[in-house]
Write a protein that binds this ligand. Structure first.
Ligand SMILES: Nc1ncnc2c1ncn2[C@@H]1O[C@H](COP(=O)(O)OP(=O)(O)OP(=O)(O)O)[C@@H](O)[C@H]1O
Length: 256
């Protein structure tokens, strides 16, 4: 079952075309990674899917509904982790989660969620006292507190230490076991290789590749490259035109 359908999505900010016609499908229970250089349009795409922004052109459907027009119907089933959570400065971690939990008829166990994201010792800390990584963990917990059927996670683990990253990967793996559909934006190839069933590579506001992580390596590089140790990062750099230029043979000859 297709839960997210995007057709020809265009978004402009003044003179800047952030999305130049994006098509995207996400199936139920799938973990889709969105990769791409800074400014490629990843956050804009996720914000349009989550109903925070309206595309200028094209169609977006989530569970067959319009994310903006049907926002109140989608709110209980779509959880969004944003790059920057906005909470009152003095709200404590435990209070914020209990408050958000109260918005949902059925939701996560707050104590369990706090433990899962590694915030047990910060339960009584106010939002303004959290470090960047702690605020990031809280924003993920807030996205998941209503046990959403679809989780939109923007830069899931950026700013987290290696331990924190692994904690959060386990949280996402549990979402997979529960059948939650996940869209995650990431710059970490290790994260995408570990978690994602499929990767959409966005560059310049367009989808330039859509494949499994291993399929992407095969597609981007010469046959047999994977056996020789080529990685998703190599494929990413090749597909986005960021791979280092191979040395010019004539220059090498001259240097000898
Ligand atoms: N609110 C805004 N007003 C004007 N321009 C914007 C706005 N938000 C994004 N843009 C521009 O739209 C383009 C896409 O930005 P977006 O944040 O979607 O990219 P991204 O792929 O998520 O980047 P990053 O990896 O740096 O987070 C960029 O050129 C950016 O400067």
């Amino acid at each position: 079952m297709t839960v997210i359908e995007v057709d020809g999505m265009v978004k402009r900010y003044g003179d800047t075309t952030a999305l130049a016609g994006i098509d995207l499908r996400v199936e139920k229970g799938e973990i889709l990674g969105i990769l791409g250089p800074n400014g490629a349009g990843k956050t804009t795409a996720v914000e349009c899917i989550g109903g925070l922004r309206a595309p200028d052109e094209g169609e977006v459907h989530v569970l067959g509904l319009d994310p903006r027009r049907d926002r109140s119907r989608l709110r209980p089933v779509v959880g969004m982790q944003l790059q920057e959570a906005m909470l009152p400065d003095d709200l404590e971690v435990g209070e914020a989660l209990s408050l958000y939990r109260s918005f949902y008829r059925e939701g996560a166990d707050v104590d369990r969620l706090i433990a899962d994201v590694g915030l047990e010792k910060k339960r009584r800390k106010r939002f303004k006292e959290l470090s960047g990584g702690q605020a990031q963990r809280l924003s993920l917990a807030l996205a998941l507190v209503g046990r959403p059927r679809i989780a939109l996670l923007d830069e899931l683990t950026s700013g987290l230490d290696p331990r924190g990253r692994r904690d959060i990967w386990q949280v996402v793996e549990r979402l997979r076991e529960d059948g939650t559909t996940v869209v995650l934006v990431s710059h970490l190839m290790e994260e995408v290789e570990r978690l994602c069933d499929r990767v959409v590579l966005v560059d310049g506001g367009r989808v330039v590749a859509d494949d499994t992580p291993t399929g992407l390596v095969d597609r981007a590089l010469a046959p047999g490259s994977r056996a020789k140790g080529a990685t998703l990062e190599d494929a990413y750099l090749a597909l986005t035109g960021q791979a280092p230029e191979p040395p010019d043979l004539e220059d090498l000859e001259e240097a000898r």
